[in-house]
Design a binder for this molecule. Structure first.
Ligand code: PRX
Length: 649
C-alpha cells in the first residue's frame, strides 16, 4: 500500500554523528571497511582482492578467498563454547516442538551431507528443495553448502508447474521434498505436487522424501517411485563426518527465483563470500545482535528473508533462531505472541501485511502475553502505513522497541536501507526506512538520472556495488545487465548504476521513503508477483485470448491482483468460467497468485504498437484520470473496462 508519506514533526534536527561517520568511512574506503568485517568470519584462505570491478556490472567480492557457509554457520561456534546452545527452536503448527543445539545441528548437517555425498553430488551440482517450514530445510541448505552444492529453495506454496519451471532452469539433479506440510490444520500433500512437477522436469534423477506429516499422525498415501524416490530416514547414516569443502568466495551458494516483468521467473544467483559478509554485517547494524538474542523472523525460508534472517544471519552470529511452521492466526490470532513469550524472543521480524492482519483482531490478543523480552521489531517486504507502524510500536513493542523498517530485495541479499540501532539509532518516522546502511550508496533520481530534489518522487538507485549483491541471473547474464543496469548506467563514462525498480523519495532530512514498485511487479501480502506471470497463466487456458493484470490496493494485503480477460471466440463470460480461471491460476502458479477479481472485456487498452496499457487500466480501476492517452489505439477500450467494472458492482 502506498500511502502518502507524512513527515512527523521531529523535535530538533538530529545529526546522527556516529552513523554518519561509519557511513563515510565505508564509502571512502570500502575495501578496507568490508575486509575488516569479513575477517570476523573464518576463511580457509584470505582473499587477494576485496572487490574486483574489472568487468562491471559483474562485480566480484573477496576474490581469491576460500570459505564455506556451513562451516561458518555451524562448526565455527563449536570452538566458541556454544555446543549446547539452542541454534534452532522449531515450533510446529499443532504445537509440537524441536530444539537443535549447535552441536546437534552440526551432527545433523554432517549426516545430511553424507546422504548428498553418497548420491554422488558434489561442488558445481545443483539441488532443489521443496519443503515446508521444518528443521530439515535449513539442515539440507547447510548440508548442500558444506559440499559446495548450489541449492535452490522453492516456496512450498508454489504449484507443480512453478516447481518444474524452477527445477528445469536450475538443472537440479536431486529434489528434496516431504510427504506433506501442515497449514491451518490441513495437510498439503507436497509429494503429490512434486510428482506432478517431475513429469515436467526430466533432469531430476533422485527424490529424497522427508517423513513429516505421516510421522506426526497424518493419514495420507505417499507413493514412491522405485529407483527414483527414497525416504530420507532410509538414507541417513547413524552418524557421519563430512569435511566442509572450501569454495571460492564467488562460488554460487544458492539460486533463488523471483518475479520480474516477464512471465519467466529470474534465477537470482548469490555468491558465498559476499553474501555471507553482507548478511553478517546487516545483522549487527540493523538488529544490534547480542550473544543471548533469540530471533524470530516469521518469513518462510522459501523467500529471501527466510534465507538471510531465519537461516544464515542468526546462525552466522551463533544466536538462536525460531522457526514456526504454520499460519500466524492459527489456531488463534495470538499464535506468534505465544511463541514470543514462550521462547523469550528478543528480535522479531515480519511483514506489514501480517501486522495489518493481526491488528484487525484487536490488541487483546497481544496483551494476553508478556512480550517484555522484545528489543527490536522489524518490518520488510512492502511500505508500512503509519497506522500499522504505530500499532506495532505501541501495542507489540510497548513503546520500548525501535521499529526497523528495512528496504531490500531478493537481489540485494540483505538489508540495504534501514535504521541501524547497532550503530546509532536515529529518530524514526513511521513509513520511512531512514538512511542507507554503510557501503550502500543510494539515491533518488528523476527520469533522466539526475538527483531528485527533496520531497519529489523519483526512482531509487544504488550507485556502487555492495558485498551482498546478486552475481548474475542464472543462465542469463544479458537479462541481468538489461534488468538492473541498463536504465540509469552510463557505461561510456564508466558509471554503473543499479536499478531496483522502486519509486522513492528523500525528504528534507535525507530520510528515504520507499513508495512502491515502478515496474509490472506487484506485492501481494508481501510476496512479489509479476503481473506478466499471472497473465501468461491466464492465457494458457483455452478460453482466454488475452489478459491484463494490475494491482489493486488492499487494506490488509497491500495489493491484490485483478485481471481483465478477453475470451476467445466461442466462449462466453459466465460465473462458472470465472471460477475455472481462478482454479487454473491456482494450479499453474499457486494460491498466492490467484486474482481477487476477474473481469471479462471485449478488448484491452493498447498502444498503437500493440502493448497493453496497464497504467491506464489501473487508473480506471481506481477511478482516477488515466493521464496521457496519446498513444492509446482505441478509446472505446477504456469504456469497456468501465463497463466491466460497473457490471461487477
Ligand atoms: O518494492 C520493494 C519491496 O519489496 C521488493 C522486493 O521484493 P522481494 O525481492 O520479494 O524481497 C522482499 C524481502 C526483502 C522491493 O523492490 N520492499 C521491500 N522492503 C520494503 C519494500 N517496500 C517498502 N518498504 C520496505 N521496507
Amino acid at each position: 500500500m502506498t500511502s502518502e508519506p507524512k513527515t512527523l514533526p521531529t523535535e530538533a534536527r538530529f545529526i546522527p554523528k556516529r552513523l554518519e561517520e561509519v557511513r563515510k568511512r565505508a564509502l571512502e574506503n570500502p575495501e578496507e571497511f568490508f575486509a575488516e568485517i569479513a575477517r570476523e568470519l573464518e576463511w580457509f584462505k584470505t582473499w587477494d582482492k576485496v572487490l574486483d570491478d574489472s568487468n562491471p556490472p559483474f562485480y566480484r567480492w573477496f576474490v581469491g578467498g576460500l570459505i564455506n557457509a556451513s562451516y561458518n554457520a555451524v562448526d565455527r561456534h563449536l570452538k566458541r563454547g556454544l555446543r549446547n546452545k539452542a541454534a534452532i527452536i522449531w515450533e510446529g503448527e499443532p504445537g509440537d516442538t524441536r530444539v537443535l543445539t549447535y552441536y546437534q545441528l552440526y551432527r545433523e548437517v554432517n549426516r545430511f551431507a553424507a546422504v548428498l555425498e553418497n548420491l554422488g553430488l558434489r561442488k558445481g551440482d545443483t539441488i532443489a528443495f521443496y519443503l515446508p517450514m521444518i528443521p530439515e530445510l535449513p539442515i539440507f541448505m547447510l548440508a548442500a553448502a558444506r559440499l559446495g552444492i548450489t541449492f535452490t529453495v522453492v516456496f512450498s506454496g508454489f504449484s507443480a508447474k512453478a516447481l518444474a519451471e524452477r527445477i528445469n532452469d536450475a538443472k537440479a539433479k536431486v529434489l528434496v521434498t516431504a510427504d506433506g506440510g501442515f497449514r491451518r490444520g490441513k495437510v498439503i500433500e507436497l509429494k503429490k505436487i512434486a510428482d506432478e512437477a517431475l513429469e515436467m522436469a526430466p533432469s531430476v534423477e533422485t527424490v529424497i522424501v522427508v517423513k513429516n506429516v505421516t510421522a506426526r499422525g497424518a493419514k495420507i498415501d505417499v507413493p514412491l517411485t522405485e529407483g527414483r524416490d527414497y525416504w530420507l530416514h532410509n538414507l541417513l547414516p547413524a552418524h557421519a563426518k563430512v569435511d566442509p569443502v572450501p569454495v571460492e568466495s564467488t562460488h554460487p551458494l544458492f539460486i533463488l527465483y523471483t518475479s520480474g516483468t516477464t512471465g519467466k521467473p529470474k534465477g537470482v544467483v548469490h555468491s558465498t563470500g559476499g553474501y555471507l559478509v553482507w548478511v553478517y554485517a546487516t545483522m549487527k547494524w540493523v538488529f544490534d545482535v547480542k550473544p543471548d538474542d533469540v530471533m524470530f523472523c516469521t518469513a518462510d525460508i522459501g523467500w529471501i528473508t527466510g534465507h538471510s534472517y531465519v537461516v544464515f544471519g542468526p546462525l552466522l552470529h551463533g544466536i538462536t533462531t525460531v522457526m514456526y511452521e504454520g499460519a500466524p492466526d492459527y489456531p488463534a490470532p495470538d499464535r506468534w505472541w505465544q511463541i514470543v513469550e514462550k521462547y523469550g524472543v528478543t528480535i522479531f521480524y515480519t511483514a506489514p501485511t501480517a501486522i495489518r492482519m493481526l491488528m484487525r483482531y484487536g490488541e487483546e490478543w497481544v496483551k494476553k502475553h508478556d512480550l517484555s523480552t522484545l528489543r527490536i521489531l522489524g518490518t520488510v517486504g512492502e511500505p508500512i502505513n503509519p497506522e500499522a507502524w504505530k500499532w506495532y510500536y505501541t501495542v507489540v513493542g510497548g513503546e520500548r522497541c525501535p521499529i526497523v523498517d528495512t528496504w531490500w530485495q531478493t537481489e540485494t541479499g540483505g538489508i540495504m536501507i534501514s535504521p541501524a540501532p547497532g550503530i546509532q539509532l536515529v529518530p524514526l518516522k513511521p513509513g520511512s526506512a531512514t538512511y542507507p546502511l554503510p557501503g550502500v550508496d543510494a539515491d533518488v533520481v528523476c527520469e533522466d538520472g539526475s538527483p531528485c530534489p527533496p520531497g519529489q518522487r523519483g526512482y531509487l538507485v544504488i550507485k556502487r556495488p555492495w558485498p551482498g549483491m546478486l552475481m548474475t541471473l542464472w543462465g542469463d547474464p544479458e537479462r541481468y545487465v538489461r534488468t538492473y543496469w541498463q536504465r540509469f548506467s552510463k557505461p561510456e563514462e564508466g558509471k554503473w548504476i543499479y536499478y531496483p525498480a522502486d519509486y522513492a523519495m528523500k525528504d528534507e532530512d535525507g530520510y528515504f521513503w520507499i513508495l512502491g514498485r515502478a515496474d509490472e511487479v506487484i506485492k501481494v501480502a508481501g510476496h512479489r508477483l509479476g503481473t506478466a506471470e499471472i497473465e501468461s497463466a491466464l492465457v494458457s487456458h483455452p478460453a482466454v485470448a488475452e489478459a491484463a493484470v494490475v494491482g489493486k490496493p488492499d487494506p490488509v494485503k497491500g495489493e491484490v491482483p485483478v485481471a481483465f480477460v478477453v475470451l476467445r471466440q466461442g466462449y462466453t463470460p459466465s460465473e462458472e468460467l470465472r471460477h475455472e480461471l481462478v482454479e487454473h491460476v491456482r494450479k499453474t502458479l499457486g494460491p498466492i497468485a490467484v486474482p481477487a477479481a476477474i473481469f471479462f472485456v471485449e478488448k484491452l487498452p493498447k498502444t498503437r504498437s500493440g502493448k497493453i496499457m496497464r497504467r491506464v487500466i489501473k487508473a480506471v480501476l481506481l477511478g482516477k484520470t488515466p493521464g496521457d492517452l496519446t498513444t492509446l489505439e482505441d478509446e472505446a477500450s477504456l469504456d469497456e473496462i468501465r463497463r466491466a467494472l460497473e457490471e461487477f458492482k
